[in-house]
Every structure is written in structure tokens, then in C-alpha cells.
Design a protein around this ligand. Structure first.
Ligand code: ADP
Ligand code: ASP
Ligand code: MG
Length: 432
């Protein structure tokens, strides 16, 4: 029976001749850098062995070695920019096949019984949206039997199989989602996501040196951080952890230290007004000049884009000065820019706009915090801080716990660091 059942805080009680022991069932996921070299793979095997030797049931999920997926995507794109998405998936899923075999071998070399599992062998059943498939079901009975018999499954992340037996992939960063989904299906006590940073920070620590590691973060905040660009966890993995009650921890595979726990809001006593700042360079802006100001225009513009599977993110429409024409600006993912421009230009006559101005030199910066629900002045602080640095805001969008602005890309670092300081997030500083 395959399930993605809600994981409770289930524990196995095992009577050991010498003492009573509480065992746990753990999913350990290792990202690209953590399995980036043979030495690192051997270090990963030691880490898995330590959990296994402690008497726990362990399932491992692996990514491709760092850089491999990019290389595979590049191969596919060079053969054909408008490639067959089913063949793309066959190509890009192969990186995880290599690491699942290598990690299983490294475990065997340490005397730990292990075997590799590809998505289709388990199977991880997904829908047929190639390149961005969603997991529908995971058959875990065989894995559970083998784990109970003291074997470690090493599962290739990022991949699954559609109903027609074709290989699918889950979108970039998707092995996080493989791990959380497996943890849910196995009813695991914990899902540890090992990566190259020791937890979730208030901002990407590679850009903001004063970023602070969070001991805990709420699901909602993590969801917003991830969806606004913090790639430390894939957005879908957070949504899945939230809906299935999986206990996720983000930690480093290079140091032995606790990481960041992703928890429910009621587990955090002191709620921050702003707990994190994210950025996304994957944005492109399109401005319409001289759009007719009449009912139905927005529908006429965004309808064809939705038919072309283009996701529109931020939208702003200017007030009409002459009552006849207006300006409209919106953003799409960088990869969709060309397609968007061509879809809209084809309809220039029907849509009746004068000009269309594309701009991919933009970045979206977002401040996030559940405390925003009850605090005023958060947006104002953002606007003032950016103004103080001479940074022009091009588009603004807000949600209950997030404010996003679009600015010129060259100001990314400056904006992130200034905002980080302005919200009192810098290390060794009291928070607002
Ligand atoms: P993996 O290959 O292990 O999946 P990723 O590269 O996908 O690792 O994610 C880890 C990276 O996420 C870090 O190296 C860091 O640069 C980036 N990152 C972005 N925002 C954050 C944040 N708020 N906290 C921690 N890391 C972040
Ligand atoms: N290897 C895939 C990627 O680079 C999946 C992952 O790392 O999570 O996107
Ligand atoms: Mg990742």
C-alpha cells in the first residue's frame, strides 16, 4: 500500500536484552555539495552508519554530485532549446542514479547493508508534468521490510515515474521534496536535510556575512523564504512537511552541530516581526506602454500567457492620466521572458498597446515574518532603507507575512545588507 500519511510523533519501542531503547526512523537527505567528491561520499556514509549503529532505521535520499545536473541541463539545451520534456527528464535524472550507487557502495564498504533505489524501482509515482512533476504516491512496503531487516535504502532523489512508465523529475532542488515525501510515506520521526550551510539563516549567508542562523523557523516563513528565492529548501518540500506533519531539520553535512528546525507557529514563543530576507534573480520585468484603459484588457493580456503556461508574479497598473491609455508592468521568470514577449507581440493589434519593454536586469527582494500580521511600519522601514541607499523601487507586492520589491539587479547586495541591518537581524544585535 502506498501512502503519504501524516507522520505523528511515532517511535518504535524495541526491547534490547541489555536495556530498553527508543529507536527512531530517520530520513537523511544529502545535497549536491555533500556528495560532491568521493571523499565527501565516504564522509556521508560514515554519518549514515553512525545513525544506523545507534539502532535507528535509516533511509537515505541523495542529490546528484554538485554541478552535474547543471551540466546535464546544458547538454539537453544545446541539442535542442525547445526539447522534448520527457527526454530532458531521462537525461537530468541520471545524476542521482550515480550518487545512489556510490553512496550504497560506500556504506557496504563500511559493513552497512545497503542498496540503491531509483524512482521507478520504488516507485515514486508522479503526475506527467515533466520537468516539474508532483509526487502522488510512494510504495514503501518493501523499503519498510528491508529497513526492519537492517538494510539502508539509498534513494535517488529528484525523480519519479509517471503512469505511462516514463521517468519524471520534480523541478530543480527537487530532492528535498523527495526526502520529505519519503519521510511522510515512511511515517519517519525526522527528516534531516544535510547541505553546505549549517541551517536556515536570516538571509543567504553567502551574501550577507552578518546573517544569523535560526534555531527554529515556522513552516509559513520557510515557505515564503523558499518561494521568494532562498534555495536552501525547495518550496514544495516545505509545503509537504507542513501538510504531512514531517519534522524537518536543515543542517550541515560538514560539521557536527544542530541545525534549524522547521516547526509550527505555536512552537515559537517569541515571534519576530521580520525573520528573514530572500532574493530572486530569476525575475524579468515587462512594461506595456500605451495600453488602452478599458475593461477586459488585463484578461486579454494574461489569458494568452496562462495558455502558454507562463507564470506571472508581480503586477502593477498605473493610473491613467488621459483616461484613454495607461501603463502596465508585470514580472515573469527569466526563462519565460522570450516566450512572453513573442506571445504578446503576436497579439499587439488585438491588445492595442503602443510598445512593450522587456528588462531582465532586475531582482526581487522580499522581507518575511509572521510578526508582520500584528505590526505596522514594516513596509515603511523597507522603503526608507532603500531610499536611503538611493535604490529605486520599480514594483511592490505584499502578502500577509511578506513584502516584496523589484529593484535593479546591481543593487542586490547593497539592498540585502542594508535591509538586514535595518530590521535588526545582524548578528549580535538586538532585534526590533
Ligand atoms: P543542496 O545542494 O545541499 O541542496 P542548495 O545549494 O540547494 O544545497 O542550498 C543551499 C544554499 O542555499 C546555501 O549554500 C546558501 O547559499 C543558499 N541560501 C539561500 N538563502 C539561504 C538562507 N536563508 N539560509 C541558508 N542558506 C541559504
Ligand atoms: N540534482 C537536482 C538539482 O540540481 C536536484 C537537487 O539537487 O535537489 O536541481
Ligand atoms: Mg538544494
Amino acid at each position: 500500500m502506498g501512502t503519504l500519511a501524516s507522520a505523528g510523533n511515532r517511535r518504535h519501542f524495541d526491547i534490547n536484552p541489555a536495556y530498553f531503547r527508543v529507536m527512531a526512523r530517520i530520513v537523511q537527505k544529502f545535497g549536491g555539495t555533500s556528495v560532491g567528491t568521493i571523499e565527501r561520499i565516504q564522509a556521508v556514509a560514515k554519518r549514515v552508519k553512525a545513525e544506523f549503529d545507534a539502532g535507528n532505521e535509516v533511509a537515505v535520499v541523495v542529490s546528484a554530485m554538485s554541478g552535474v545536473t547543471n551540466q546535464l541541463v546544458d547538454y539537453a539545451t544545446k541539442i535542442s532549446p525547445l526539447h522534448d520534456a520527457r527526454e530532458y527528464d531521462v537525461i537530468v535524472a541520471s545524476g542521482e542514479q550515480v550518487t545512489s550507487g556510490l553512496v550504497a557502495m560506500a556504506l557496504q564498504a563500511l559493513g552497512v547493508p545497503a542498496r540503491s533505489w531509483l524512482g521507478w524501482q520504488i516507485p515514486f509515482k508522479t503526475d506527467a508534468v515533466h520537468g516539474k512533476a508532483r509526487i502522488q504516491d510512494i510504495e514503501v512496503d518493501e523499503l519498510l521490510r528491508r529497513m526492519a531487516a537492517r538494510e539502508v535504502p539509498v534513494v535517488a532523489g529528484f525523480q519519479g515515474v509517471a503512469e505511462d512508465n516514463r521517468i519524471t523529475t520534480l523541478g530543480r532542488g527537487g530532492s528535498d521534496t523527495s526526502a520529505v515525501a519519503l519521510a511522510a510515506a515512511l511515517n519517519a520521526d525526522r527528516c534531516d536535510i544535510f547541505t553546505d550551510v549549517d541551517g536556515v539563516y536570516t538571509c543567504d549567508p553567502r551574501i550577507v556575512a552578518k546573517a544569523r542562523k535560526l534555531d527554529k523557523i515556522t513552516h509559513e516563513e520557510m515557505l515564503e523564504l523558499a518561494s521568494q528565492g532562498a534555495k536552501v529548501l525547495q518550496t514544495r518540500s516545505v509545503a509537504m512537511a507542513m501538510s504531512h506533519g514531517v519534522r524537518v531539520q536543515v543542517l550541515s553535512s560538514f560539521v557536527d552541530a544542530p541545525g534549524t528546525l522547521v516547526v509550527n507557529e505555536d512552537e515559537i514563543v517569541e515571534k519576530e516581526v521580520v525573520s528573514g530576507i530572500a532574493y530572486s534573480r530569476d525575475e524579468a520585468k515587462i512594461t506595456f506602454v500605451g495600453v488602452q484603459d478599458r475593461p477586459g484588457v488585463a484578461a486579454a493580456i494574461f489569458g494568452p500567457l496562462s495558455d502558454a503556461s507562463v507564470n506571472v508574479d508581480m503586477i502593477v497598473q498605473n493610473v491613467s492620466e488621459d483616461g484613454k491609455t495607461t501603463g502596465l508592468t508585470f514580472t515573469v521568470g527569466k526563462a519565460d521572458l522570450e516566450r512572453t514577449v513573442s506571445v504578446l507581440n503576436e497579439r499587439q493589434k488585438d491588445l492595442g498597446f503602443a510598445r512593450l519593454v522587456p528588462d531582465s536586469n532586475v531582482v526581487k527582494v522580499s522581507v518575511i515574518g509572521v510578526g508582520m500580521r500584528s505590526h505596522a511600519g514594516v513596509a515603511q522601514r523597507m522603503f526608507q532603507t532603500l531610499a536611503g541607499k538611493g535604490i529605486n523601487i520599480q514594483v511592490i507586492s505584499t502578502s500577509e507575512i511578506k513584502i516584496s520589491v523589484l529593484i535593479a539587479e546591481e543593487y542586490t547586495e547593497l539592498a540585502l545588507r542594508a535591509l538586514h541591518t535595518a530590521y535588526g537581524l545582524d548578528q549580535d544585535e538586538a532585534r526590533i
